[in-house]
Design a protein around this ligand. Structure first.
Ligand code: FAD
Length: 470
């Protein structure tokens, strides 16, 4: 172990410093294997005080720290990919639910609490913490806030930023900022919390957060719907917002090819509908009344079927069926890995422009790589499409993936023309860092650099993520 790691071990205990090459692997590669990194070691503190001491030591010695939560991030922000001088600061052992307040509908949790555990703690108190992602069993609240995660309930509840009322952060000089305020109203100056949310570990280490809780819905109706095209899905979305008899919490679009991939590779899945359809929508509506919701949703879907914006429908009749519908959606990312190389885009456009975006982007990538298989899916209700493109059947994977930048450029050009964003919810990390100058307002980018320089003048926190190192 290096002298630095020895000093870190004195803070966290020797068994919480990992240097064995095999033991480090799970921290140094992400699940799609797009990024593999190097580090001098992994350090696992268990308290805010230990994080503060580690950061102070790093600042004093110029040691670079890369914060990591559940290592489910999709843009490589949590993986150091330089020559291996970095130390990964794993926050997983900061895993306490510190308090649940059902009067104020808030919960204070530490950064390493997994999203699933935060949801469960809310449920145990008769409340809902609505952030929901397919990675929720592994991703952590610190990672969710640092990436301002979105997911499948943004439509009704907002993204991670909107679900956070306060933060505790260790600053790059080791000071602890206690901003764990549980106040619904607090107009006392700059909103610093929002600087750290979405900063991807470049401005401070989030150690705990105050999260907003909501009443747990008394009823949920979950429908799996066949729709003829994205324009019909959009019409359905607009109708469902006011007319489905409850709060529209989820509205996810899926293409048939995605469904084919799931049915082929995910065990225990089956098509809930009798005939294939070019597109599908997973829709969920929730209500505070225990009875009547299914009837409302059935009546709403009856009208949609009559209008032809829905061509077939299945309404979940049990919790098991609901879980089966959700599995079809949640497996969509994973199953693409079994179909060879996949070039990804996490983009958003104004909601009204999603059908145009899909038509143009599909045409563009099919013209570029004949035989490629676009699998665009995701959060239509937020204008956020995961525009993934699988390689042609039988094509050389490496040859296809070599066209990643070229394809990104073509898709991002369409996004720009439609006034959209090249990163809707996954962040910038290392994957999209060099694209940022091409899409950000230069003044905004300059302000971002100024903030980074002011808070982290020594560049010890996750350098090379979000902003290039000058
Ligand atoms: C199957 C799958 C589905 C997904 N679905 C979605 C989705 O629907 N919506 C969505 O938004 N994302 C999604 N993601 C992406 C990912 O799960 C989220 O970005 C998640 O919020 C990352 O949390 P994490 O704890 O794994 O963070 P990590 O991957 O460990 O880190 C992510 C970033 O946050 C920083 N970071 C982590 N913890 C801290 C901390 N405590 N303080 C400061 N910085 C920190 C890291 O340095 C890194 O830059 C999905 C991922 C997978 C694998």
């Amino acid at each position: 172990m290096s002298a630095i790691l020895d000093r870190m071990a004195a803070i966290v205990g020797a068994k919480n410093v990992i240097t064995d090459a095999d033991a480090m692997v799970p921290y140094l590669k992400e699940w799609r294997d797009l990024f593999r990194g190097k580090a001098q070691g992994i350090v696992r503190p268990s308290s805010t005080a230990e994080v503060a001491e580690l950061v102070k030591l790093a600042a004093e010695t110029g040691t670079v720290l890369v914060p990591q939560g559940g290592n489910t991030g999709l843009v490589g922000g949590q993986i150091p990919i330089s020559e291996g001088k970095e130390v990964i600061l794993s926050l997983q052992r900061l895993d306490k639910v510190r308090a649940v307040d059902t009067d104020g509908d808030t919960m204070i949790v530490e950064a390493g609490v997994t999203l699933k555990r935060a949801q469960d703690a809310a449920e145990a108190a008769g409340r809902l913490f609505p952030l929901s992602l397919a990675s929720e069993g592994s991703c952590t609240i610190g990672g969710n806030l640092s990436t301002n995660a979105g997911g499948t309930a943004v439509l009704a509840y907002g993204n991670a930023r909107e679900l956070c009322m306060g933060l505790e952060v260790v600053l790059p000089d080791g000071r602890i900022w206690n901003g764990l305020r549980q106040l619904r109203k607090d107009n006392t100056g700059y909103d610093l919390k929002n600087l750290f949310i979405g900063a991807e570990g470049t401005l401070g280490i989030i150690t705990a957060a105050v999260l907003k809780l909501f009443p747990a819905p008394a009823a949920r109706a979950t429908a799996f719907l066949a729709v003829p095209d994205p324009a019909a899905a959009l019409e359905l979305l607009n109708a469902a917002k006011a007319g489905a008899g409850g709060t529209l919490t989820t509205f996810e679009l899926m293409p048939r090819i995605g469904m084919d991939f799931v049915l082929r590779h995910a065990s225990g899945t089956r098509d809930p509908l009798s005939e294939p359809s070019p597109w599908y929508v997973l829709m969920e509506v929730s209500a505070q009344q225990a009875s009547g919701l299914d009837e409302h949703v059935e009546a709403f879907l009856g009208e949609a079927l009559e209008k032809g914006i829905v061509t077939d429908a299945a309404l979940a009749g049990s919790l098991t069926q609901r879980a089966d519908f959700w599995k079809l959606r949640e497996m969509l990312s994973e199953v693409q890995t079994y179909e060879g190389g996949s070039i990804k885009h996490d983009v958003s456009v104004p909601i009204h422009a999603t059908p145009e975006f899909l038509a143009r982007a599909i045409a563009a990538v099919e013209a570029m790589v004949p035989g490629c298989r676009p699998v665009p899916f995701g959060h239509l209700g937020d204008g956020n499409i995961h525009f993934n493109v699988s390689q042609p059947v039988g094509a050389d994977k490496a040859g296809f993936l070599a066209r990643w930048s070229e394809m990104n450029e073509a898709v991002h050009a369409i996004v720009a023309e439609l006034h959209g964003s090249i990163s809707a919810e996954h962040g910038i990390g290392r994957l999209k860092r060099d694209l940022l100058p091409g899409v950000k307002d230069p003044v905004e980018l300059d302000l971002m650099r100024t903030i980074k320089q002011t808070l982290d003048p020594k560049g010890i926190l996750n350098p090379g993520a979000v902003l290039a190192v000058k």
